[in-house]
Design a protein around this ligand. Structure first.
Ligand code: SAJ
Length: 449
């Protein structure tokens, strides 16, 4: 990699008085804006949602991992301001793009948010700017899509302006690994771009990991998330196998996890939720299909993970049938609808699909989730979280645990329930588990304290 240590332009990024723009003030962009502001760099947050803009300017955080107190400390000092006015982008020497990269209805990449952000940046692009794409996407997006837009200005990348990809690694709810202390990969369209990005991000990220190109950075991020999706698929398939063999999968996983080397613990669950793990690998699959290459691991893992909601509904059916009941006209109380514990996000949550499947089978479904006061999804319609009371549990024909929030009193829940299906091993340790052998590890007899 070329030596850019004495490049005056890079010195400016390393220590100059700069303003940074962050496009997209979600779970990635807002914590990033806060970290940058706390490093003493002026930040302009850009978002198309006026309510987000107003909330940020009022010092009110809509991101659970970023306390409003930290945000207010920045907005009150004028270090951080939010706006929906993209014409202010030329005021920023550095611009990070952290917008959503969802899937379309046909499960293809939807990079419309990236494209819109890139064209906004291109409209005001000026010499000296550094643009960094942070949204997880398929390899080639930075060079083909973002550079495609920026190059329309006539400015030359690596000379007039700089362009990098630097993937976010945010683990929602994780209090240990934060935006600042999580090592961050960065790859530029040219080596000078990489050096510019590394120089700037080193001001507020503890450890930067420069790589030789944007494509290396893009593919490394997708590998990280595909690694998780494939291993979750493997442990979910092992759960299906254990069920066929009448073996407790949770006991199997904990036994395997005692291996101190060469094994990484993943646990089965009701399916794959979130806006990253179930989505990002499909970006790579789509890209490789354009090159006539089949990403078989990704597709197989996706198939298995997508089958888990039906497996959970089958456990509910088996549990009720064993009591001489049908799913039809039974009352099912679901505990937890967020896609994982201790967070409020329901995007791609398997609970949404499980609610739909149970109601299609004629069950009366209620849910309680202290993090999710209401749902409004095409599969669930608009419904409210009900209060968790002894009578709610006592009236339930089966209690279905889909999210193991730490705040749940599992002993109390088991004691007040007649029958449970536990998709998260949340009832481990309660006496009830020992009493149940059917649907080993998933179906739990209640009533025992
Ligand atoms: N899940 C399982 N079994 C497991 C682990 C997870 O069923 O052993 C499920 C979870 O319940 C959840 C889904 O998979 O529904 C995804 O969980 P996750 O924690 O892997 O994913 P996210 O989207 O919350 O956050 C991840 C980050 N998480 C971790 O590294 C632990 C990280 O992979 C990425 O930085 C982030 O996605 C991202 O933004 O890419």
């Amino acid at each position: 990699m070329n030596d850019h240590t004495r490049d005056p332009v890079l010195e400016h990024f390393r220590s100059g008085s700069l303003t940074m723009g962050v496009i997209g003030l979600g779970y990635v962009g807002l914590p990033l804006a806060a970290i940058v502001g706390e490093a003493g760099i002026r930040v302009i947050g850009f978002d198309i949602d006026e309510s987000v803009v107003d909330g940020v300017n009022a010092g009110e955080s809509h991101i659970r991992d970023l306390p409003s107190s930290r945000l207010a400390a920045l907005t009150e000092r004028g270090v951080l301001r939010a706006t929906a006015d993209m014409s202010r982008l030329p005021d920023c020497e550095v611009i990070a793009i952290s917008v959503p990269t969802p899937l379309s209805k046909t499960r293809d990449p939807d990079i419309s948010f990236i494209l819109a952000a890139a064209s906004s940046v291109a409209a005001g692009l000026r010499p000296g700017q550094l643009v960094v794409l942070e949204s997880t996407t398929y390899p080639g997006t930075t060079r083909e899509v973002v550079l495609g837009e920026l190059a329309k200005s006539g400015l030359v990348v690596g000379e007039d302006f700089f362009l990098c990809f630097s993937p976010e690694r945010v683990d929602p709810g994780n209090q240990v690994w934060t935006t600042r202390n999580t090592p961050r990969v960065i790859g530029g369209v040219t080596s000078r771009c990489t050096a510019a990005g590394e120089a700037f991000y080193s001001r507020f990220i503890d450890r930067m990991v420069p790589v030789s190109s944007a494509e290396v950075a893009e593919l490394s991020k997708i590998l990280e998330n595909t690694f998780r999706a494939v291993n979750i698929g493997l442990v979910n398939e092992t759960a299906l196998i254990a069920d066929q063999l009448g073996v407790d999968i949770w006991e199997v996983v904990e036994a395997a996890a005692t291996k101190p080397f060469g094994f990484m613990r993943f646990v089965p669950g009701p399916g794959l939720g979130g806006h990253c793990i179930p989505v990002d690998p499909h970006y790579l699959s789509w890209k490789m299909r354009t090159l006539d290459f089949r990403t078989r691991f990704i597709e197989l893992a996706s198939e298995i993970n997508a089958s888990m909601p039906r497996f959970v509904v089958d456990q509910v059916r088996d549990a009720l049938n064993a009591e001489g009941k049908a799913v039809r006209d039974s009352t099912v109380v679901i505990l937890g609808v967020a896609y994982k514990k201790d967070i409020d996000d329901v995007r791609e949550s398997p609970a949404l699909y499980i609610i739909e499947l149970l109601e299609e089978a004629g069950a009366r479904v209620r849910y309680h989730d202290p993090y999710v006061p209401s749902l409004n999804d095409e599969r669930t319609g608009l419904r409210e979280s009900v209060a968790l009371t002894p009578s709610l549990l006592g009236r339930a024909d089966v209690v279905l645990i889909l999210t193991d929030h730490s705040c749940f009193d599992m002993r109390g829940i088991v004691a007040k329930s007649r029958l449970l299906v536990d998709a998260r091993n949340a009832t481990a340790g309660t006496k009830a588990r020992a009493a149940s052998r059917r649907g080993v590890g998933w179906i739990v007899k209640g009533g025992l304290a």
